[in-house]
Ligand binder design. Sequence first.
Ligand SMILES: [Zn+2]
Length: 437
Amino acid sequence: MIFHPDIYERPAGEIARIRDRLLAETVDRAIARSPYYRETLASTGPVRTAADLALLPTTSKEALQARPDDFLAVPAREVAELVSTTGTTGSPVFIPMTRNDVERLSENERRGFSWMGAAPGMRFHLAATMDNLFVAGLAYHEGIRKVGATAIRVGVQPAQRHLDLLRALRPEGMVAVPSMMAALARLARDSGIDLRAVAPRKALLIGDAIRGADLASNALGRLIEDAWGSELFSTYGLTEAGAAFHECPAHRGLHSHPDILLAEVVDEAGRPLPPGDAGELLITTLQVEAMPLIRYRTGDITFAVPGDCPCGRGGMRIGPILGRKAHRLKIKGTTVYPKTIEDALVAIEGVENFVLVADTEPDGTDRLLVRVGTHRAGDSAFRDAVGEALLAKARVTPAIVLDSPAAVDALLYEGGRRKPRTFVDHRSPGSGDGFPR
Ligand SMILES: [Zn+2]
């Protein structure tokens, strides 16, 4: 494995040459070693550049779920780690990694931490779990080790424990999910703790997006910035890819690491879209040994950020994840993702919680009901204000019902769920715009 830590400083042509050489190696190796790719890529022509890639078939999560062993490209004795996706849709996928794959993961995260200014002596409060087959906790721990900083492995703990450790150890960096940062902010406020006095200077936020389509902080990002006063760095990682995209100090999109993975944004037919156009993110892993993936459909919607990053680093950048492809709604001709509506709702004063319910109209189009939990449930002027805010931010006018926060909570955790479900999809398969779900 040969990494190119300085790849971002090279001219665009040279970045493309390195990437294309690694891509050709990946495809050749996958055909030679992975039964799945030997079969699916048997009749395709040689792949020598990223442009050739568009001619190859895509790889679905369903294929990975159905035939996991056929993707393995190394003997079982070389597998050092097994990690898993969370399995929110269908059965989980187990991803084998060799020692070199773990090293690739470490290098990928080392770059993200180094862009945050991590250095020996800098302490990082790690609020990502190391257990339960999750790759994230391992990735951040490895990245911190490789950059030479100090890891504080807190993991998933009650909010008070986080605050106690922040106060006791005064870390300069933090890794957490945005909802946890928001929950800690609420606890600190309610218990009269001065959060800014113990807040780390920088935080790497994983999972949910903290930026909007304009790349500026969304409501959740602003809420965290206001409460913590920390500089936030967004990241998007994918278990199956064993890699992540990272924000640089310019905060103008998420950089890909061109010698570690190749990203494409495509339309429904798998054709590459121009920068700025939203479509599905496809990932081709570079330098992966155990389970190389070619044109893997992430199911996530984003766009390639047009133009160069002010930081001067070359290579592709993606925007925030706008939503899940399977959740896409078309309401009265307007395409919208539930996430856009959720981001708008979070910003409205008086909205305590909410659940979005999608259904199919008799004519086959999508219908959306937004049930808002609020202490102003009888206030029709408030309902109108919510409607206006959604029209302004999400360009749609769904049906809005006001309810008590407790009633909405009951829906969010229906069936004894551990994590709230904010989007309930009752649409009949194949309805609406005919998108496969
Ligand atoms: Zn940059």
